[in-house]
Design a protein around this ligand. Structure first.
Ligand code: ADP
Ligand code: NI
Length: 230
C-alpha cells in the first residue's frame, strides 16, 4: 500500500470509529488537527507521512474516548501493524501519540519535530471559537457546571490532579486553555495561538460582564438619566 493509500484508509477508519462522538473529539476535530499538523510539518520540514498518521490516530486511544485501550494504545498499534506499517514507523507514531496530551504541569515537550507539529495542531484546536465550543460540549457531556462563582481554578495542577479535576467549563479555561499559548513548539503555532487566545480572553471578559449584569445596568442607568432629563 502506498503512503497516500494508507492515509486514506486511516481517515476512513477514524471517521467510522468516531461516528457519534459528542465530547468535542469528533471526526471534524481529527480532520482539523490533521490539516494543521500537515501545514506545520511542511514548514518544519518534518516527515509528512509520520505526522499525518499520528495526527489522524492521536485520539482513537485517548483516555477520554477509550479508557480501556489508552494505556497500550491498542487501537492505533493494531491498525498500523495490520496495514503494513513497519515496527519502527509504528513505534515513532505511538511515541508521538503518547506525548501529545496536556497533563497540567506534567505536560511533555515532544521528543521529535513530528511530535511537535501534532501536539501544536491538537492544542490549537482547543483554542479560539472552536476551542470554546469544544470546552462547553465536553463540560456538558461530563456533567460539569458552565460556571461556578465559588471555584478558585488552579493553573498549577500536576497530571494526577488535572485528570481528577471536576472544574466548571469556565474553570477549564484557567486550568488549561489559557496556558496552551505558552506551551506551543513551533513559531507558526505561537502566532496563531496568540490570536486565538486573545479572542478567548475577550470572550471571558464578555462572559463575566454579562454574568454581573453590567451591560444591563449600564443600559438601565442610561435610560433612567434620559427620563430624568425629560
Ligand atoms: P488533550 O489530549 O490535550 O486533552 P484533546 O484533543 O483530547 O486534547 O482535547 C481535549 C478537549 O476536551 C479540549 O477541547 C478541552 O477543552 C476539552 N476538555 C477537557 N477537559 C475539560 C474540562 N474539564 N472541561 C471542559 N472541557 C474540557
Ligand atoms: Ni485531540
Amino acid at each position: 500500500m502506498s503512503n497516500a493509500e494508507l492515509i486514506g484508509k486511516t481517515k476512513e477508519y477514524v471517521k467510522e470509529l468516531l461516528a457519534g462522538e459528542n465530547t468535542g473529539h469528533d471526526y471534524t476535530h481529527t480532520l482539523r488537527v490533521y490539516e494543521t499538523a500537515c501545514l506545520l510539518a511542511r514548514q518544519e520540514a518534518a516527515d509528512m507521512t509520520t505526522v499525518a498518521l499520528a495526527a489522524l490516530l492521536h485520539d482513537v486511544d485517548d483516555r477520554k474516548i477509550s479508557e480501556e485501550t489508552s494505556a497500550g494504545l491498542e487501537r492505533a498499534s493494531v491498525f498500523l501493524e495490520k496495514n503494513g506499517c513497519s515496527r519502527e514507523e509504528t513505534g515513532r507514531i505511538l511515541t508521538i501519540i503518547r506525548e501529545v496530551s496536556f497533563a497540567g504541569k506534567d505536560s511533555v515537550r515532544p521528543s521529535t519535530v513530528e511530535g511537535m507539529c501534532v501536539q501544536d495542531a491538537d492544542r490549537l484546536d482547543a483554542l479560539g471559537a472552536v476551542g470554546i465550543a469544544r470546552a462547553f460540549a465536553y463540560g456538558g457531556r461530563h456533567g460539569r457546571a458552565i460556571y461556578d462563582p465559588d471555584e478558585v481554578p488552579d493553573p498549577e495542577l500536576d497530571r494526577e490532579r488535572y485528570y481528577q479535576s471536576r472544574s466548571s467549563s469556565i474553570g477549564h479555561f484557567y486550568e488549561k486553555l489559557l496556558l496552551l499559548e505558552g506551551l506551543m513548539n513551533t513559531e507558526t503555532a505561537k502566532t496563531v495561538a496568540r490570536r486565538r487566545t486573545a479572542f478567548m480572553e475577550e470572550y471571558l471578559k464578555e462572559f463575566f460582564a454579562e454574568n454581573a449584569g453590567e451591560d444591563i445596568k449600564t443600559a438601565a442607568c442610561k435610560k433612567g438619566r434620559e427620563q430624568e432629563d425629560l
